[in-house]
Design a protein around this ligand. Structure first.
Ligand SMILES: [Zn+2]
Length: 193
């Protein structure tokens, strides 16, 4: 059965409860990660993103310090998903009440990269399949680390996947292009096959 979208069929945003869908996304993201191919990939991507930010410490406010062997402690998926779950428990994960479709693509969710890193899910998120909901939750959970924006994560993925660096600032829609590439590799490595 398809869930009722926010605002659809006479429901007001007040009557729509996004929580079961958000919780289901957390559960599914955890299950999808619990697979060697996904686990190894995402773990390397997070480490690479931290190293990337560490390497340009002079240009950012974010700080990641390695243990001396090039490993960044606590920069792992358990922390990312835990932080997202914590945001959910504190009421910082909400339904936007708006559709996310634009220019032929759909933005399912957005993380505001400041303060409590609140996450807002657009209408389309609530009618996704469990796998898609899990993959999108995994994506937003990665944004819970300071400085882990789409371009940084997409390039960390490219590096781990053996692809060339891409300067997203040259794209017409830098965030959209990076986000899309990020999703493609998350799907590649973490979607059930
Ligand atoms: Zn993103």
């Amino acid at each position: 059965m398809k869930p009722t979208l926010v605002g659809a069929r006479g429901q007001t945003p007040d009557e729509f409860n996004p929580d079961p869908y958000v919780q289901d996304g957390i559960n599914r993201a955890g299950e999808l990660f619990d697979n060697n191919r996904c686990k190894t990939f995402i773990s390397r991507v997070l480490q690479r993103a931290a190293a990337d930010i560490d390497a340009r410490w002079w240009a950012t406010k974010e700080r990641y310090t390695s243990d001396g062997n090039g490993f960044y402690p606590a920069v792992d998926f358990a922390s990312a998903l835990g932080s997202y779950a914590n945001a959910f428990n504190n009421g910082w994960v909400t339904a936007s009440g708006n559709p996310g479709a634009h220019d032929g693509s759909v933005t399912y969710g957005t993380t505001r990269p400041t303060g409590h890193y609140p996450v807002s899910w657009n209408d389309e998120f609530f009618s996704l399949s469990r796998n898609e909901r899990g993959l999108n939750t995994l994506h937003e959970a990665l944004h819970q680390f300071p400085g882990f924006v789409d371009a940084t994560l997409a390039n960390a993925e490219s590096f781990v996947d053996g692809q060339a660096y891409r300067d997203y600032t040259r794209d017409q829609n830098p965030v959209g292009a990076a986000s899309q590439n990020l999703n493609e590799l998350i799907r590649d490595y973490c979607a059930p096959r």
